[in-house]
Design a protein around this ligand. Structure first.
Ligand code: OSB
Ligand code: MG
Length: 381
């Protein structure tokens, strides 16, 4: 079933958000990201790279991802021997790190495989759900009243849980206000690593608000201090940035650093690693959910397929297209039902149509990579 990969195309896109997104790491009004398009035997596969413009969430950026894809990862598949995502995953291990870049290419190979075999990705992955529960991630706002308005409108749309971003000075007081207005909403908070163990007492103050979880209070490398905090808090901790592989998931479990894990396919380097983390967590009774990086519909559709696996037990950061972008890149756009669920695509591969004219309009740069020893840029056309 192997078909050669004939070419890999990298596209740098910019899409404006419908509403700015602010975390403890900063505010952004638009997203720049890379799409990976892979061609094989008349089929094209798409992947999205979640690295951002700047090394805030992780050290990877659109520029580092472009470099390692062009110079290291694309040549692996262009030498004619690899088209399988599993083999690519193994082969790419010879290079350290750059997990987001690896994931983007692996996702495109999965899309090719699904389309070639006529099977939607969720089936290839062993998924069991036809619809998945949807949550929404709400950034830091200019005022508490603006935040309350946004929470209200997302609840009205049907989202099954609300996550808010917190940082020092925008934490316990804000959560308290939300709880006063919405005593029963399923609520969680995400700090993106903005605290340290010295802030333990502030964080423990969150325990009285019945949060579903507290996500990544401490920096990514700090499994140990998360373990200290978890021992003193009844709110379950969830790790995002800290979990880069099934190996870090095991260590987090052994250190009791968290009780929940957020899986992001980009952060962990692809679907193969995501499944390993999923399976490990299932065995250890650690529930997981699918995180998001404000992806376009292409990355989000990939995430939806992953979130059909059985141990995705909590609402995911997978929201409707219109919550992120006015003109998403896929048809149909992702929609959230009144009961807060997203339908899983049934067509082969990624299972959605790609709106090439919208990609074209959002493209800032493009490079076509053809054969291993002929790495070069072609002008468009
Ligand atoms: O920590 O989950 C995060 C977006 C960018 C960087 C980090 C995070 C997020 C989100 C967005 O919370 C979730 C989504 O895509 O809906
Ligand atoms: Mg997070």
């Amino acid at each position: 079933m192997s078909g050669k990969i004939e070419r890999v195309e990298l596209l740098l896109l910019r899409l404006p958000y419908v509403h700015f997104f602010e975390t403890s790491l900063g505010r952004e009004e638009e997203r720049e990201f890379i799409l990976v398009k892979v061609y094989s035997g008349g089929i094209s596969g798409y992947g999205e790279i979640v690295a951002g413009q700047s090394p805030h969430y992780s050290y990877e950026t659109t520029s580092t991802a472009w470099h390692v894809l062009k110079d290291f990862f694309a040549p692996l598949v262009l030498d004619g021997s690899i088209s399988s995502p599993l083999v690519f995953h193994e082969k790419a291990k010879e290079y350290r790190g750059h997990l987001m870049a690896k994931a983007g290419l692996e996702l495109a190979l999965w899309d090719i495989k699904g389309k070639r075999e006529g099977v939607p990705l969720w089936k290839l992955y062993g998924g069991v759900k036809r619809e998945i529960p949807s949550g929404v991630s709400i950034g830091i706002q200019d005022s508490v009243s603006e935040l309350l308005d946004r929470v209200q409108s997302f609840i009205e749309e049907g989202y099954q849980r609300v996550k808010i971003k917190i940082k020092p000075e925008w934490d316990v007081g804000v959560v308290e206000e939300i709880r006063k207005t919405f005593p029963n909403v399923s609520l969680q908070a995400d700090a993106n690593g903005a605290y340290s163990l010295e802030d333990k007492d502030v964080l423990k103050g969150l325990d009285e608000f019945n949060l579903l979880m507290l996500e990544q209070p401490f920096p990514p490398y700090d499994l140990w201090d998360h373990g200290h905090l978890q021992k003193e808090m009844k709110t379950p901790l969830c790790l995002d940035e800290s979990i880069l592989s099934v190996d870090t998931a095991r260590k987090a479990h052994e250190m009791e650093s968290c009780r929940i894990i957020n899986i992001k396919v980009g952060r962990v380097g692809g679907i193969v690693e995501s499944k390993k983390i999923h399976d490990f967590c299932q065995e250890k009774h650690i529930p997981v959910w699918c995180g998001g990086m404000l992806e376009s519909g292409i990355g989000r559709a990939h995430n939806i397929h992953l979130a059909t696996l059985p141990n995705f037990k909590l609402p995911n950061d997978l929201s409707a297209s219109k919550r992120y972008y006015e003109k998403d890149l896929i048809d149909p756009p992702v929609e959230v039902s009144r009961k807060g669920t997203i339908q899983v695509p049934e067509l082969p591969g990624i299972g959605v149509s790609i709106l090439e004219h919208r990609i074209e309009r959002a493209t800032l740069n493009r490079e076509v990579l053809k054969a291993r020893y002929l790495l070069r840029s072609d002008p468009i056309n």
